[in-house]
Design a protein around this ligand. Structure first.
Ligand SMILES: [Zn+2]
Ligand SMILES: [Zn+2]
Length: 505
């Protein structure tokens, strides 16, 4: 029996975790947390008994909503193997370390989801994979394909005889440094599990968006203000750095500050330039051009330096994690910069409910924010401009539609999106999929499929007159009147009852 159980990301963005039971094996696709929630409520629906019965976990990419519940899974008794690409492994290690220090700093010990021991055990249970190299594990075949979302991100293909499933994880949008995804290698699957974050949402062209962002930033900087851009350390930070470098001539020459974990993530990106698109690779290999760095980019080393920066009248651009103002340096800068109307806070892409970023987009102006240095809680009355830069590392509605149109799956399962966005996407792609399902968390889907190799084309020919016969497949049920009584017979039983017809294969 082939079954899919939705343990997270059903009608919600985040907490990606899907349980696939196939050929007597149990596999998890991703194991992440919900960024908008804290503690146990951020976890997918996993219990101890389930954790110990899982053979393998396949991870699409390093973002916390796809990977950060893995050490918890080990704490709950998971003893199987984990697979992810090599850059995902490097980035996940970095992001988990950050999550661990957040838990150790801010949560009482009994509330912490996992510790450093489980984290190192998770890494030692992991096998690094690469793109387009099929491998086998316990009789199942897997393949990782580029998803173009962040460095190392992959779509996962699971194959058994007569069955093929593709899970996209987060599908990328056109990026300024990553290779775009390709559907041709994985088209026509039995099941496609697709993210739907931006179902129903399209944005203006990337060029228009970038120009508008640069114009807004220029106006603030020329007026002596600061531009604070909360970013995900992995993905958005690099996309923004490349954008600023490419358009640097259109902006006043100010300092660009990169903060916290984004600095370490940048080092990993620099190690894996081979995974970038052709332009970036060639520029690096032939002209030693680093796509993300230039002379005005700085990394603050001490708290004093940061304090001087926020107190000065010197214009600057600050890129700091976390991306949704959930914690980290972005929140510290927000505390010090958001009350000044000369400054601007640029929110980039999707903001999960429950985060300050989400509240800001909905017009909330008063916040209580804890200073990560002093530990004090302070009131923030937001007077800075708030600008939503719609740049996303996720495929938008039209890109998702285009992907499904090329994939043409038998069954399409939409996850990682609100019900509203999934419904909008479903109505646009119904001509390209046999069946569309938008499951809730906890839902169990029967993915039973025909086993191609066991189908034998045996037919039964039953005459119903001198020159006419009906030809039916073996096992076909018929309602037959026999000795004045109606009863159901299989075609072959009726055939032997009549005694004279011929059977043909
Ligand atoms: Zn995600
Ligand atoms: Zn992601």
């Amino acid at each position: 029996m082939t079954k899919l159980t939705v343990l997270g990301s059903g009608r919600e963005v985040g907490r990606s975790c899907l349980q696939l039971d196939v050929e007597g094996r149990r596999v998890l696709l991703d194991c992440g947390i919900q960024a908008g929630q804290f503690g146990r409520s951020s976890l997918p629906l996993i219990h101890e008994k389930l954790a110990s019965s899982i053979d393998a976990v396949l991870v699409t990419h390093a973002h916390l909503d796809h990977s950060a519940a893995l050490p918890r899974l080990l704490r709950m008794g998971f003893k199987g193997r984990i697979f992810m690409t090599l850059p995902t492994m490097a980035l996940a290690n970095l992001l988990w370390q950050d999550e661990l220090s957040l838990m150790e700093r801010e949560w009482p010990p009994e509330e912490r989801l996992w510790g450093s021991q489980e984290m190192s055990l998770t890494l030692s249970s992991t096998t690094a994979t690469t793109y387009h190299e099929e491998f086998q594990f316990n009789g199942l075949r897997f393949n990782f394909h580029n998803a173009g979302h962040i460095l190392g991100s992959a779509m996962i293909e699971v194959k058994t005889p007569g069955f093929r499933l593709v899970y996209t994880g987060d599908l990328g949008s056109k990026s300024n440094h990553l290779r775009y995804w390709r559907a041709s290698d994985i088209a026509y699957p039995d099941v496609l599990i697709l993210e739907s974050t931006y179902g129903g949402v399209n944005r203006r062209s990337r060029g228009d968006l970038e120009r508008e962002f640069v114009e807004k930033a220029r106006a603030v900087l020329e007026n002596g203000g600061k531009v604070l851009i909360p970013v995900f350390s992995v993905g958005k930070a690099q996309e923004l750095l490349k954008l600023l470098k490419d358009r640097w001539r259109s902006l006043p020459k100010v300092k660009v500050i990169l903060e916290g974990m984004a600095i370490n993530a940048l080092k990993i990106y620099e190690q894996f330039l081979i995974y970038m698109d052709e332009g970036v690779r060639r520029a690096f290999l032939f002209n030693a051009v680093n796509p993300f760095k230039w002379e005005d980019l700085a990394f603050p080393a001490a708290l004093g330096e940061r304090k001087r920066l926020v107190e000065s009248r010197e214009p600057a651009i600050i890129l700091a994690p976390s991306g949704m103002l959930r914690g980290g340096w972005s929140l510290w800068y927000f505390l010090h910069l958001a009350q000044n109307p000369e400054n601007m806070v640029v929110l980039v892409g999707f903001m999960a409910e429950g985060t300050i970023g989400h509240a800001l987009l909905n017009g909330v102006k008063q916040f209580k924010v804890r200073d990560i240095i002093s530990g004090e809680e302070r009131d923030v009355d937001v007077k800075a401009q708030i600008y939503h830069f719609e740049l996303s590392t996720h495929a938008m509605h039209s890109e998702l539609c285009n992907f499904v149109a090329q994939m043409k799956p038998e069954k399409l399962v939409l996850v990682h999106g609100t019900l509203e966005s999934a419904l909008k996407l479903a109505s646009s792609v119904e001509d390209h999929a046999g069946e569309i399902i938008i499951p809730e968390n906890g839902a169990q889907l029967d993915l039973e499929h025909r086993k191609v190799e066991t189908v034998i084309p045996v037919k039964v020919e039953i005459p119903i007159g001198d020159k006419i016969a009906v030809v039916l497949p073996r096992g076909f049920p018929l309602l037959v009147k026999f000795n004045g009584k109606e009863k159901f017979l299989k075609a072959e039983d009726l055939y032997s009852l009549l005694k004279q017809p011929r059977s043909k294969c």
